[in-house]
Design a protein around this ligand. Structure first.
Ligand SMILES: Nc1ncnc2c1ncn2[C@@H]1O[C@H](COP(=O)(O)OP(=O)(O)O)[C@@H](O)[C@H]1O
Ligand SMILES: [Mg+2]
Length: 209
């Protein structure tokens, strides 16, 4: 096991726990949390704020919308090429589930980060969980995990399945072991049709004048 991130540095103020996310600068910056600055890249500024803002993928969005409304969301595995709305969909889903404080309830990990999975199986994580509000574990680049790490991940999901939602994101679903795939409901984010991209771009153009 590689070095485990020191979650012992946890700030006592629970409201600050989002700053502890053991992720090397890959966290999604949600535009609504930033001052409305000209420096905010449009790609973040126009990241979808609600499921309705997600272009295309209506079948997926409707399914996730229904499952969240019915409060019976399964663990999720979203896959497909980069830049198709996978991360955005998880974040707007979390906002719908948990409200304005949703960012404090997500533990965002990146599997290509050498600390990724080790964080979840560390003693420190257990201590961290016990005093945090984490409800959703988002594991990005899940296909970067070794097979061993994926088996460990499967055990983590089993252990926390009752009170934690897991969402895995990857580009290549065939790199995910069947044991992990079978614990998640899978959604494929196909490339967008030009019409959907054009519509979204028109929205940006109008908003920016
Ligand atoms: N389906 C979509 N609808 C609206 N915006 C999108 C969509 N897909 C991508 N984007 C834009 O591209 C950016 C990156 O999308 P992201 O959700 O991070 O993609 P992925 O996780 O699939 O790589 C978002 O901030 C958003 O601005
Ligand atoms: Mg992403």
């Amino acid at each position: 096991m590689t070095e485990v991130v020191s979650l012992m540095d946890i700030d006592e103020d629970e409201n600050q726990n989002h700053s502890l996310k053991p992720n090397k600068g890959k966290n999604v910056v949600v535009a609504s949390t930033l001052p409305d600055s000209k420096a905010t890249p449009w790609v973040e500024k126009y990241r979808p704020h609600s499921l309705a803002d997600v272009a295309a993928h209506r079948d997926i969005v409707d399914a996730i919308d229904r499952l969240t409304s019915e409060n019976r969301l399964p663990h999720l595995l979203l896959y497909g090429p980069p830049g198709k709305g996978k991360t955005s969909t998880i974040f707007v889903m979390a906002r719908k589930l948990y409200g304005a404080q949703y960012q404090n309830m997500i533990l965002e990990l990146n599997a290509s980060d050498d600390r990724g999975i080790d964080v979840l199986i560390s003693k420190e994580y257990n201590a961290y969980r016990a005093k945090s509000y984490v409800k959703l574990v988002l594991l990005d680049e899940a296909d970067a995990m070794t097979k061993d790490a994926q088996f460990a991940m499967r055990r983590v999901i089993e252990k926390y399945t009752k009170n934690t939602q897991f969402a895995l994101i990857c580009n290549h679903v065939n790199k995910i072991i069947p044991a992990l795939q079978s614990r998640c409901t899978q959604f494929r984010f196909a490339p967008l049709e030009p019409i959907h991209v054009t519509e979204r771009l028109k929205h940006v153009i109008e908003a920016e004048g």
